[in-house]
Structure formats: structure tokens, C-alpha cells
Design a protein around this ligand. Structure first.
Ligand SMILES: [Zn+2]
Length: 288
């Protein structure tokens, strides 16, 4: 077992207005815990920017080695989150995110890859899945949609990085397929938590995004794209919900974090809001 996290020590608070998530404050860090998964055998969290050492536009808990921040500072930030969660960094695995749709299965051989430097991250993997306990899958975000998956039996977890390109390429469905490829496991057995991402309030895009989503979702696309002059407001998180539902995951299996990254600088990094010079927060999931 992992050491018991704060949520089980009585310091948890409900995330205001957000069913399915609890806000945890511990050791100066603030993070959001997916409610109910821990009791069933998975720790699933979304970190915030609070509680780290980074300065300037990376302030403070930047977890990415690839955005221009000091590597030593990022390593210390990662150690802080690891301590708060009780999951040693040596047991983290991270993918090199390329806005693709590849979901890589990882196990003991990959433990620690991408954990303390970017160079050995799992190549070209915007999705990671594992059936191994005590291995934490980590994705990094600043507007793109983070999806965490949990199947209680047979146990498995996944983390998915879905920007518009990955969404259009079908990475959410690829994760469902990766978790449903064995007897006795179907889409109805999955739980999905969709974390903080940029909302339609702040995400205005061109026709190429809408065309891609139309190809993915068919007529349902009209419920997630909204004309804005010559451009479009897009609800990318909801597009992923629709994509999951088309693959057999019901709405009640999905928890959706309902705060926009760009609207909440006190909690989250936002690539758009910060003009491309921004840190990254993490989505992390582990069986234990
Ligand atoms: Zn917004």
C-alpha cells in the first residue's frame, strides 16, 4: 500500500461546486483528488501551481522539463508532489507528449522513465496505460484535456493528454480500446475523470478544429462548437465526453472538472492565457 494520503487523514475539503473532486491542501501544495477512486484501489489527482519553487510565469509548481524552467527546480517540484502523495518519483512514468493518439502500455521496465528528466520519457506517447500496481502514470497540462481512467477489475489505469489534435485523432477512444482488450472487461467497467482544461469561455479556434471534430462526432458536434464571428468557441472537454460515449462509456461513469484553466490563474497554468510561456501541472494516477 502507498502511505495514506491526506484525503484519508481528515484534511480533505469538497471542491466547491465540483462533484467528483476534493481539494486537498498539504505541505503548502494544493491538489484535486478524484473522489471515490481511492477507496476502490486507485490514487488519482490533478496538481495545481501552488506549493513549488519556480518563479515568474512558471510560478510555482511547474512540473515540466520542456518549457524553459530550471531543471533542478522542476526536479524539486516533482519531489514535493511525490512526498505529498506518498508516491516516490522513482515510481513515476511520463510520456513525451506530441499531440498524437498513441497509447503505450508500461510496466516495471519503464518505472522512472520521464520522471527526473525529459530525455528518457516514453517516446511519442500521449497516452499511458498500466496494469501494474505502485506505478504512477503522469501527464502534463496547460489547457489540453487531461483524462484519467480506472478499471477496478481486472485492475488497470491510464492517463491521456488530449489537445484538439489528439481529440480529433481519437485518443480517448484509443484509451477505451486499450483498457477493453481482455476478456471480461468492457467500457461499462471504466471510470473516467476529466481534469482542468481550457473552457469554451476562452478557447476560440479556426475551422480546421471544427472540421476535425465534425469528422469525429458527426451531427453531435453542434453541441460542443459555437460560432464566434469567423471563428468558433469549442468545448474540448465535452467533445471528449461525447467521444467516450460513442465508445460505450456512459455519462454517469465520467467525472468532469468544471473550471477553466485560463479563467483560474490562481490554480492552473494556461498556455493560451500566458502567451505560450507557461508551466505545466500534472494529472497522475496509480493503482496501489
Ligand atoms: Zn475560461
Amino acid at each position: 500500500m502507498w502511505p495514506v494520503p491526506a484525503a484519508k487523514r481528515g484534511t480533505a475539503g469538497r471542491a466547491e461546486g465540483m462533484a467528483g473532486f476534493e481539494m486537498i491542501k498539504e505541505d503548502g501544495l494544493t491538489y484535486f483528488l478524484v473522489s471515490g477512486w481511492y477507496e476502490e484501489g486507485a490514487l488519482a489527482v490533478f496538481s495545481t501551481r501552488r506549493g513549488g519553487l519556480s518563479g515568474g510565469s512558471y510560478a510555482t509548481l511547474n512540473l515540466s522539463f520542456r518549457v524553459g524552467d530550471e531543471a533542478a527546480t522542476v526536479r524539486e517540484n516533482r519531489r514535493r508532489l511525490a512526498r505529498a502523495l506518498g508516491i516516490p518519483v522513482e515510481r513515476w512514468v511520463a510520456g513525451a507528449q506530441v499531440h498524437g493518439s498513441r497509447v503505450a502500455e508500461v510496466g516495471e521496465a519503464e518505472a522512472g522513465q520521464g520522471a527526473m528528466r525529459a530525455e528518457d520519457a516514453i517516446a511519442a506517447a500521449d497516452g499511458l496505460v498500466t496494469r501494474l500496481p505502485r506505478l504512477a502514470l503522469v501527464g502534463l497540462f496547460a489547457d489540453c484535456v487531461p483524462l484519467l481512467f480506472f478499471r477496478r477489475f481486472p485492475p488497470a489505469v491510464a492517463v491521456i493528454h488530449a489537445g484538439w489534435r489528439g481529440t480529433v485523432a481519437g485518443i480517448a477512444q484509443a484509451a477505451v480500446d486499450a483498457l477493453c482488450c481482455e476478456p471480461g472487461a468492457g467500457p461499462a467497467d471504466l471510470k473516467v475523470a476529466i481534469g482542468p482544461s481550457i473552457g469554451p469561455c476562452c478557447y476560440i479556434v479556426g475551422e480546421e478544429v471544427v472540421a476535425g471534430l465534425r469528422a469525429l462526432l458527426g451531427p453531435e458536434v453542434e453541441t460542443v462548437v459555437f460560432p464566434e464571428g469567423q471563428r468558433w468557441r469549442v468545448d474540448l472537454a465535452q467533445a471528449n465526453v461525447l467521444a467516450l460515449r460513442r465508445r460505450g462509456v456512459a455519462a454517469e461513469q465520467i467525472s468532469l472538472f468544471s473550471r477553466c484553466t485560463a479563467c483560474h490563474p490562481e490554480w492552473f497554468y494556461s498556455h493560451r492565457r500566458d502567451g505560450g510561456r507557461s508551466g505545466r501541472f500534472a494529472a497522475l494516477v496509480s493503482l496501489f
